[in-house]
Design a protein around this ligand. Sequence first.
Ligand SMILES: *Cc1c(COP(=O)(O)O)cnc(C)c1O
Length: 354
Amino acid sequence: MSKYWSEITKSIEPYVCGEQPKDKKYIKLNTNESPYPPSPKVLEAIKNAANGDLRLYPDPDCDELRSTIAEYYNLNKDEIFIGNGSDEVLAFSFLTFFNTNETIVFPDISYSFYPVYAGLYNLKYRLAKLQEDFSIPISEFIGKNGGVVIPNPNAPTGRYLDVDSIKKILNCNSNKVVIIDEAYIDFGGDSVVELIKDYDNLLVIQTLSKSRSLAGIRVGFAMGNKELIQGLNRVKNSFNSYTIDRVAASAAMAAIKDEDYFKQCVEKIIKTRERIVKKLNSLGFNVIPSEANFIFITHKNYAANDLFIKLREKSVLVRYFNKEKINNYLRVSIGSDEEMDFFIEKFQEIIDEV
Ligand SMILES: *Cc1c(COP(=O)(O)O)cnc(C)c1O
């Protein structure tokens, strides 16, 4: 704390991301990155983009990248907004659509960045209570809300909400923006992006960080009615005109265009997930149904925090949240088959030791 900090800086509670330790080599199953490299075409595009044009500012509107995404999702270019990772898109969205005198709502177990943005902008929020099995009750989102934010599938639980349920939430919040954060939608769920045509209050946010193996490049995007997008642009252009650099834009375009490679990676991850779920079940774990590239697990005989520490000692990093309701769970990203076998092996060792 410094006397030079503004009141807001003193009061905010910044987000803490999953650790990226450098002391030794770990099997990283803690931040939901892809175990597979980006498409070779992406690497090629990055090399080609590293040229003399880097002396020039990039296109502030990311026109070409927006066209690429528009084509992919059968949308109009002006229904797309690009940001420096979907975290930035979320941060801009909270400022663009929510008012300080109203109360927004998101699940009580959810992406822990949402309360951080709310704190930063001084927004009031209500936490929608999830069921015991972490499913999302629609009833919690009915009523007078200042806006709604739901990750689908939810993080860190992996639970998925079907399109009809989201329609109901959109219908009963027709005067407010409903943000569906689809960071993990490619791992088994159906996107609600098609509903944009019917619902002018829907904003769908996606990222290239998970299913397209590009967490290191920082590209996310929002899709919605063009007036929502215009609002986002007003806010973005009040911060920074050039949030996406030339290299990132080229990489992102190549990633979206290489659909075959993307599908292969996603299919492999889903297959590994299903295999590991079965294994964990046979070891006595309760695994929450997941449509994401991670699983949320608990064991009635072993404390999650102990398992977390012991796994770390054995060079496996998973995510543990010391938070009410979920403090006996571990979130485990789906790695490659080899990584997941190593993880199961270490688990087995820990179980045998106690
Ligand atoms: C990973 C994640 C994001 C952020 O992704 P970036 O595009 O890398 O910023 C957003 N929402 C949820 C729920 C996530 O898990």
